[in-house]
Design a protein. Structure first.
Length: 148
């Protein structure tokens, strides 16, 4: 009776690194489960409306895209402002540099934002009011004109 000949192992056991391999092979393994990030709080209404107005005033979105979020005469003001696309400078996308707000009374925010439009900063100001349906609406909007 002859024994079957066993072949020598050509690989190392799992988990060991070969010292002859490059150092990239010795990087730690990624965890089997992805790391969970804590849930983020919802953005403040002032941030959401700044983004919406920025898209309309730079010509990236039409005025009617934001119509349900605009109340009273602010829609007419926004329409007049959007015709000039005051935040579109040489086709560059404007960027938000800072947003601040003041709450004169509960349910009303007066918001100001610094917008980078081309080489200069522009001012954007608007007022938000919380309606009886618990939805925020823009009730006034203004854009600072560039210096002459």
């Amino acid at each position: 009776m002859t024994r079957p000949r066993t072949r020598p192992a050509t690989t190392r056991p799992p988990g060991r690194t070969d010292p002859r391999r490059p150092s990239a092979a010795r990087t730690p393994r990624t965890p089997a489960r992805p790391l969970r990030t804590p849930p983020q709080p919802p953005p403040h209404p002032t941030e959401l409306f700044t983004e919406r107005l920025l898209l309309v005033l730079s010509g990236q979105k039409p005025v009617h895209w934001a119509a349900r979020h605009i109340a009273h005469t602010a829609f007419d003001d926004l329409t007049r402002l959007a015709e000039r696309t005051p935040l579109n400078v040489n086709g560059r996308r404007p960027t938000i540099h800072r947003i601040g707000h003041y709450e004169p009374r509960p349910g009303v925010y007066e918001v100001f934002a610094r917008i980078g439009a081309g080489p200069a900063l522009r001012a954007l100001a608007f007022r938000l009011s919380l309606g009886s349906d618990q939805r925020w609406r823009c009730t006034a909007v203004e854009v600072g004109s560039p210096p002459p």
